[in-house]
Design a protein around this ligand. Structure first.
Ligand code: ZN
Length: 147
């Protein structure tokens, strides 16, 4: 993949923190409020962070994974949908803990209407570290056994 950046439209956001950047040959006064690009589309602090991260063994696999949770909800019910969504989130949190997974972003929640209405949560996840499992356990949120 090419790492070239097109500066013709002006400042370009850092790929990690999103702050506006300028090419190294442009002075700060020329493009006010920008940071110098330090390569690979990153500002200096993000480039340094990446170098530090690469220097260390990753604690958990970097491969993003997905966990899909789905459950039927009563078709004719006086319980408002907002309540089912919240119940589902609680159930998803428990299911993730039992599998020693943590969310890396908000789950994508879909209500599937029809004869058998369902609620579906697509969760971006990664494996939980032992430290995270211990932190949850201290709050009374038990996890499953280590894989
Ligand atoms: Zn940055």
């Amino acid at each position: 993949m090419s790492a070239r950046i097109d500066w013709s439209q002006g400042p370009v956001p850092c790929v990690d923190c999103g702050r506006p950047m300028r090419p190294s040959h442009v002075r700060r006064a020329e493009w006010p409020g920008t940071l110098t690009c330090h390569g690979h589309g990153r500002c200096s602090s993000c480039a340094a962070k990446l170098r530090r991260a690469e220097a260390q063994e990753p604690e958990v696999p970097a491969t993003p994974t997905r966990y899909v949770w789905e459950s039927a909800i009563p078709a004719a019910s006086s319980i408002p949908q907002a309540h089912w969504v919240t119940e589902a989130q609680g159930a998803v949190a428990r299911a993730l803990r039992e599998r020693r997974l943590v969310l890396t972003a908000r789950p994508d929640i879909t209500l599937v209407h029809g004869r058998t209405p369902r609620i579906r949560c697509v969760c971006p996840v990664r494996p939980m570290t032992d430290t995270e499992a211990a932190a949850l356990a201290r709050r009374g949120l038990g996890t499953g056994d280590p894989a």
